[in-house]
Design a protein around this ligand. Structure first.
Ligand SMILES: Nc1ncnc2c1ncn2[C@@H]1O[C@H](COP(=O)(O)OP(=O)(O)OP(=O)(O)O)[C@@H](O)[C@H]1O
Ligand SMILES: [Mg+2]
Length: 326
């Protein structure tokens, strides 16, 4: 396999909850990202899925170096960017772009859409005729009229605005896009439109995308591979269809069965994920899913943290007793 485009090795990010007045040994930490490793190949759509607070956005922000990690390594197109200085990072920024959950909040309400879309190109001193041409091409690509650009963000629909947020991300022809819950705030009826646009980007431009979501159907539709995270750690990872067909981790199994049934009369077993996601502060020894796992066994599960290991076919699980193993 070729060199990965993004490589994340053992990254850790804890947020301290107490201020400096507390003795160092007493400071409590949120284990937002707890030794996470994965690779993303060029032209791949890699999904991260998990419940709210599981650390998905923090992983994305670490990769883009929007926050500093405590330890670990991050490689971007073969370059170690873990400790890269501000100046060098700024030069790299045009190659990595983001699309956020709420399109309305990510545009300046007081500026026309054209002004906002051309903003990054202006900042990076791209010639006016060049970025105007690029914008025309992209508008044609997503099938929206350029006339729309004279409007303000509140003057168009959420789905259209999210398509424009993607156009904005594409203005600098980035190599990598981080899409953090890009369809969660949209009506189901327009979600497919955005997801298909993501697939077009992959097929037409070999775009590399990190796609964060809590919706399994959405991930299944667009992603090549997926990592399932729980309390800051990867529980299962592999090619999407492989994970669905032979789920190995009880947490993923519960997530899959908890998604709405495709047909109201279907008899599919519904596994209840009992209780809320525990807090990510007091992570104890043993498996972090132990308290909610229906296959829990006293001993190993409560005392030893399972390592993420390959079960087969590029499919990994962090479980002492993985399910559906021949
Ligand atoms: N700046 C911060 N300071 C303190 N704690 C933080 C900070 N940012 C995130 N956290 C905590 O880190 C954990 C992971 O948060 P994160 O936003 O990455 O989760 P998420 O999986 O993206 O959740 P959601 O699905 O709700 O977006 C949470 O417990 C969150 O409260
Ligand atoms: Mg998030």
């Amino acid at each position: 396999m070729s060199e990965p485009f993004i490589s994340v090795k053992n990254i850790k990010k804890y947020f301290s909850l107490d201020d400096y007045k507390v003795a160092k040994s007493k400071v409590r930490y949120v284990h937002a990202v707890d030794y996470v490793s994965f690779d993303i190949q060029r032209g791949e759509i890699f999904g991260i899925i998990g419940e709210s607070g599981s650390g998905k956005s923090t992983i994305g922000r670490c990769i883009l170096r929007l926050i500093d990690i405590d330890s670990g390594e991050i490689y971007f197109d073969g370059t170690d960017i873990t400790h890269m200085g501000k100046k060098e990072m700024n030069a790299l920024r045009p190659r990595m772009q983001m699309v956020f959950q709420n399109p309305l909040a990510s545009f300046n309400p007081k500026k026309t859409l054209r002004f906002s879309l051309e903003g990054s190109a202006r900042i990076h001193k791209i010639k006016t005729e060049e970025y105007k041409k690029r914008l025309s091409q992209l508008m044609e690509y997503i099938g929206l009229s350029e006339d729309m650009l004279s409007r303000y963000p509140s003057g168009i629909s959420g789905g259209q605005l999210q398509r424009l947020a993607i156009v904005r991300a594409l203005m600098l022809s980035p190599d990598f896009i981080l899409a953090d819950e890009p369809v969660s705030a949209l009506d189901v009826s327009v979600q497919a439109n955005i997801l298909n646009l993501m697939l077009d980007l992959k097929n037409d431009y070999n775009q590399t995308i990190l796609f964060i979501s809590h919706d399994l159907n959405v991930v299944r539709h667009v992603c090549d591979r997926v990592a399932v995270v729980y309390l800051g750690a990867i529980m299962e990872m592999g090619p999407v269809e492989e994970v669905y067909a032979h789920v190995h981790h009880p947490y993923t199994e519960a997530l899959i069965s908890a998604k709405p049934k495709e047909h109201p009369l279907s008899e599919k077993e519904h596994i209840l994920l009992e209780g809320d996601i525990p807090n990510a502060i007091d992570i104890k020894d043993g498996c972090r899913f132990a308290g909610r796992c229906r296959y829990f066994r006293e001993g190993l599960c409560s005392h030893r943290t399972p390592k993420l290991r390959e079960i087969g076919n590029g499919h990994f699980a962090a479980c002492h007793f993985p399910i559906n193993v021949d």
